[in-house]
Design a protein around this ligand. Sequence first.
Ligand SMILES: [Zn+2]
Ligand SMILES: [Zn+2]
Length: 145
Amino acid sequence: MDYERMLREVALRVTRPRVAVLSAVHDHPHADTDSIIGIVREGLGGVSHQAVYDVLRALTATGLLRRIEPPGSAARYEARVGDNHHHVVCRLCGAIADVDCAVGAAPCLTPSDDHGFTIDEAEVIYRGLCPACHTATSSRKDSRV
Ligand SMILES: [Zn+2]
Ligand SMILES: [Zn+2]
């Protein structure tokens, strides 16, 4: 991945923290801010929380990253942008996975009543249990029998 070029293409100056954050999110999709700070600090000691927050804001504003906010969870970031994909979130552990949009473009749900709004996006979050939590809950049930 040529992170420096990606930064230049959105007219952002190339800095080590920007490259480090961009590469951390590419390698760890759906990471929250604390994990991103941890990963960035492994490579670049001495980067402040505030610096990472500022970089995340700049990268999101220029469209290099997408910020998602699953209900009941901290904001997460991902580098897969611009394809209107959705997410499935585990109710128990908060694990997140990408789900391709069934339609392919926003808005992928037609509202029954648009109230005169021009609608350009529908946010879809699938919820349920991830395979690990599903296995854990069903084996717990079994042992009770
Ligand atoms: Zn889970
Ligand atoms: Zn995603």
